[in-house]
Design a protein around this ligand. Structure first.
Ligand SMILES: [Fe+2]
Length: 111
């Protein structure tokens, strides 16, 4: 999958380290975007606008996944870490989680 125009046929090892740094910075931006859209969704009552922002927020979540996968392809240690669920009681959380129990920025602050 290619999104940008690039004539580069290969990247040196040092180049890949720089790419990883940039991807991690991009990942931060995508995560911050999700939080910002969610905060706005929680404050807006207009259903049409809320649905639009929810759609955009979900696009940002896809971007997080895409960047995470890109990082995983480049960084072998990160790939290994992603391969295992390191959260305690992950199976229990997965079973008990439903839409009504998912925390949002707004729900965490009583909205
Ligand atoms: Fe994005």
């Amino acid at each position: 999958m290619a999104y940008g125009k690039s004539d580069a046929k290969s990247t040196s090892t040092a180049g890949l380290e720089e790419v990883l740094i940039l991807l991690r910075e991009d990942l931060i931006g995508e995560l911050q975007a999700i939080n910002q859209y969610q905060a706005h969704i929680d404050r807006i009552e207009n259903e049409e606008i809320r649905e639009l922002l929810e759609h955009i927020r979900d696009d940002e979540k896809e971007h997080v996944a895409e960047i995470t996968h890109a990082i995983s392809r480049i960084d072998a240690i990160q790939r290994e870490k992603f391969a295992h669920d390191h959260t305690a009681g992950a199976e229990k959380v997965a079973v008990e989680t439903d839409e009504s129990t998912i925390l949002t920025v707004g729900s965490m602050f009583g909205k």
